[in-house]
Design a protein around this ligand. Sequence first.
Ligand SMILES: [Zn+2]
Length: 459
Amino acid sequence: MRSLLVCSLLFTLATLAGSQDTKPLPTADARYKADILLVVAHPDDEGAATAYLARALDEGKHVAVVFGTRGSSGGNEVGSEQASALGAIREIEARRALGTLGITNVWFLGGKDTASQDVLQSLANWEHGAALEQLVRLVRLTRPEVVLTFLPGTFIGEDHGDHQASGVLATEAFDLAGDPTVFPSQVAAPLRRLEPYLEGLQPWQAKKIYYFPDADREDIFKGKGPEYSVKEISKSSKKAYWRASLDSFRLHETQAKSFVDQLNKMDDAAIEKMMAADGWTDVQRFVLGKSQVGGSVTGPVFENITADAIPFRRDAFSAQAAGTELSVELAGPWNFYAEFRRAHGLENLPHPEPPEVALQAGSSLVIPLWVRNPTGASREVTLSADVPAGWTVANGAGKLVVASKQTVPARIEINLPGLADPKKTKEDAREVTVRAESKGASVGVVKLRVELRKRSLPE
Ligand SMILES: [Zn+2]
């Protein structure tokens, strides 16, 4: 009965509205317009940027946040809930954590939390196309001036594949959301009243994209973007920005209950001392990915940004020219990122050379390779690997034959020893060299720096 009444009321209102021909046409919902859209992977990842976001909010900026997953593969320090049940809890924790800063426009793409360092596995497990469609929709809905996200790349560090995937998707959405031919049903106007399929959004070109890295070493990121002190006192909360970030992070109890319990027993001075030792009070550093409005690399995030929308722009790029000789190169995420940087105009993004990875001691390292034979004849290739003492090549070395005009995947598998000193948490990185030869001549050398750790996500 109640729903019948509501329906008839709506019908009456709609009829009245239809009878007034001076009614302005609806425009985009201003409540969802953001200055900054933060795109991260898991509930609690936002902590990488909340000290800066607290500052931006003080400056009157509006912030929206997108999480790729609900973090269902995390631990649980509070209760017995795991997997999807844990994800349901972590979604609430994320909303409450961001709520401490006043951020309420928060969405989840529904990707699956993928315990791996391989961005390609995360993208596959997130259903890349569906996740991208949803993120493009949210860019068009929130119309951000600036997108902030994880730096897409492989590094020695935690280097979570999901973190990288959020950076890949955010970059793709940055480049696509302004193009009206991308997901066109999102930008088509409904034809009929209550049209349930066409979305009535507008294309949107964000102005800048900035990254923050999930790497241990910071040196290659210095000078690549702006830096912000997190020790200044917030006008609104009257506490230092790092402290606003920490007090927001405390809401992630499933991830940090023992840490929060410890904080609850400490006074402010002791908390600051401990957090300073842990790097929480260090300067917040971003890497400029690209700007569509100019400005300097290390200038403020909002330098050159005005209220006006800017037209969609796609920079032309050309794929790397195909070679004419037999070649062997690193495949997997490393190869993907080289192509990705070229395709998205991000050749300026810092990346380690030689490429690097951190792996758990006692596990195995798989080096994925492309063997390309563009020549007119079938060719034999011999693969070998130079490895540090105590490391053993388990698979993949030896001869293989590649047919004419074919590119085939190959892999070298290396068994890694335990840590020489079991009391340490990691060892200095070592170099592995894969050599490919044919008819006695080199056709490729692939190097990889590998750090052994007590614990690490799988490759
Ligand atoms: Zn994370």
